[in-house]
Design a protein around this ligand. Sequence first.
Ligand code: ZN
Length: 373
Amino acid sequence: MAWPYFLDCARYFAPEEDGCFDPLELLRGDLEVEEEPPSGLPPAFIRFAHHSYAQMAGAEADSCPWRVLKRTAARCPEVARTYSIGRSFDGKDLLVIEFSSRPGQHELLEPEVKLIGNIHGNEGGRGELLIYLAQYLCSEYLLGNPRIQRLLNTTRIHLLPSMNPDGYEVAAAEGAGYNGWTSGRQNAQNLDLNRNFPDLTSEFYRLASVRGARPDHIPIPQDYWWGKVAPETKAIMKWMRSAPFVLSASLHGGDLVVSYPFDYSKNPLQRKMFSPTPDEKMFKLLARAYADVHPMMMDRSENRCGGNFLKHGSIINGADWYSFTGGMSDFNYLHSNCFELTVELGCVKFPPEEALYGLWQHNKEPLLNFVEM
Ligand SMILES: [Zn+2]
């Protein structure tokens, strides 16, 4: 029997007569059965399926419990907890699972990292990766994996699988594989969340020509608040003030490349223009930490997905790809000194469930390597 949906099953499940316990038996029908793994087995596994919002967060705490994330945190209470950073326009919780040696507390000199999925609701599978990562971190921690134990003891990791649960529901209703390129991209107010952040990049370019001006921790301009600001965007900004994040990645789909700031061109009339930050070297190093261990990004065949980026080693300056304003990465960097990458994980916007295991296999090491940076 093949195990397309489960990772390293032998590691998580006791062998049966065919050499591997059948986790599918646990999963058929009600998810609740996963509460009761056979005794003596590590109480965790990864289910490679699209998690609907109801499974992920739960509209009502009782009628729709926070399933996968909350359960994962409950399995690893010493190193994990869930919390909400706010609500979407339609009122869905923006749920985060945090891993650290002291959940809920910032410790001096402990780097804070965040990973964000589904800023574009139609880019399915990206948030799923973070749910798998959460399950993986918890399982491996419990199994005594020294790499994961060291990581959780030295780093505080926050995973937000869905920043745009309203958009995700629209896209998921159309179905994986059938979803067009735009349905569900925006939030319920029809705002593209990755264009909704304050444009501090223009201010940076202005300050760069002013002698003695400090182009970091740039404040949000007042007139920004006169426009339409999505609750999801506000929640992220508030979140950024709650912890001194130093590293972040936002997971997307539709291409295969890691892009880094600036996303907004230094010449607004140029749709494409290499526009580096003063931390160009660091951003490149971080982007390489992801791309260089990703088997598809390293694939040198020209007709592979994302072939345009081959000559760049699958990393690119955002504005050199296409310039846009109001992006989350530029804002992170300029407002809070958090280094955020945009990771395009594959050419299919909303992959079918069969593709999720492969997506995880390709991105597990890059995600870990990146967080370790
Ligand atoms: Zn996107």
